[in-house]
Design a protein around this ligand. Structure first.
Ligand code: PLP
Length: 377
């Protein structure tokens, strides 16, 4: 057998793939939607998924939407962000955090990371407030399920009387000082895309303690249809409402969220035990205040072995891994916008790698990953 055909027989290990409950909760809720013919963008699953998620994270209200991106878009709209407004945004993130700022014809200003959290640096944020006192909103990201430094970020936003939106797409199940991420600011968003800690195949949620604003978000998300017998519209509308089928999957997944967090933590601890001693390896931050969901176990490399060496070695074994997000201020599309900070996010991008963190991995799978990494030392 040639090398190539041997490789083909190696079982894939994924970064983070959908993991439905063993109990089949998701099927039950979806079946109910079928049985009652609620194959619609409204219904019991949508209402209950909103209630259950709001209760889980400790927020007064939630709106179920088609994606996390749609949730950020309507959070910005609810915050009153419009043409020409400035919005501060974590630079080290997925582009979905920043794109909705452009949908609203507003202007992002990207804020650097802090080594202590990998997330928005409060010092850079303060500098940005001094430079742009007219700023309208701040979007802070909780990357890879690690909390940002919320005490300081909330304090700065309060001091400057600016709306705070938390992109908690990657941090469902993460607590900062015992409070769930996504509930510190005026608005929080979650994503249920295929690779997130729980998934509905695609979907998102906007949470807030402002019930009136959440009602308005639901209105915008259903084409801004006014109360009238005929089709009457006094505002711009969007088709952003979550389907009752998708919400059924979400309700089932929410039941196993705690189990998923436990397994992610197990994976992280396994890697820490096995890899932390290797020359040049540093693990993602581990702050006292933080109770992370460990969505993706990530490391930085500052010795002879580079991220590309690990990614290539794992790829040869059918094992998925990937670099840390490339900062937004380094992206061709966004580089014309201002950036406040130094080189922290850039250094994290250049030295970082996300290890496979799939909750379906067995101990043998984890050993396979670890063995292939250790070989490089
Ligand atoms: C996944 C993700 C989003 C977008 O969520 P979608 O549901 O895919 O639209 C936004 N921000 C971050 C940080 C994400 O990881």
């Amino acid at each position: 057998m040639s090398n190539k055909s041997i490789e083909k027989t190696k079982e894939s290990i994924f970064l983070s793939s959908p993991h439905m409950s063993d109990e089949g909760y998701e099927r039950e809720f979806v079946k109910e939607a079928f049985d009652t013919n609620w194959i619609t963008p409204l219904g019991k699953n949508v209402d209950e998924f909103e209630n259950e998620l709001a209760a889980k994270v400790g927020s007064k209200a939630a709106a179920a939407l088609t994606s996390g991106t749609a949730a950020i878009h309507l959070a910005l709209k609810a915050a009153g962000v419009s043409e020409g407004d400035i919005v501060f945004c974590s630079t080290l993130t997925f582009s979905a955090t920043a794109n909705p700022i452009i949908y609203q014809n507003a202007k992002p200003v990207f804020i650097d990371s802090d080594y202590k959290t990998w997330n928005m640096c409060p010092v850079a944020l303060e500098e940005a407030f001094n430079k742009y006192p007219e700023v309208k909103a701040v979007i802070v990201v909780h990357l890879y399920g690690l909390s940002a430094d919320m005490d300081r970020i909330v304090e700065l936003c309060k001091k400057h009387n600016v709306v705070l939106i938390e992109d908690a797409a990657e941090s469902l199940g993460t607590y900062y000082k015992g409070q769930h991420t996504g509930t510190f600011g005026d608005y929080g968003i979650f994503s249920f895309n295929g690779n997130k800690i729980i998934t509905t195949s695609g979907g998102g949620m906007l949470v807030s303690n402002n019930e009136e604003r959440i009602a308005k978000v639901r209105f915008w998300a259903t084409q801004s249809r006014d109360q009238a017998r005929h089709y009457q519209h006094s505002e711009l509308g969007f088709n952003y409402r979550m389907s009752n089928i998708v919400a059924g999957i979400g309700r089932g997944q929410l039941k196993v969220l705690d189990q998923r967090v436990q397994k992610k933590k197990y994976i992280y601890e396994f890697y820490r035990r096995e890899l932390a001693g290797l020359e040049g390896v540093e693990f993602m931050p581990n702050n006292d205040w933080d109770d992370p969901n460990y969505w993706l176990s990530s490391i930085t490399l500052n010795g002879n072995v580079r991220p590309i060496d690990i990614m290539e070695a794992l790829e040869d074994e059918n094992i998925e891994s990937r670099p840390i997000w490339k900062p937004m201020h380094m992206q061709p599309f966004f580089e014309k916008y201002d950036f406040v900070g130094t080189d922290v996010s850039e250094m994290l991008f250049e030295s970082g790698v996300c290890l496979p963190s799939d909750t379906k991995m067995t101990d043998e799978d984890l050993e396979r990953v670890v063995d292939n990494i250790k070989k490089l030392w």
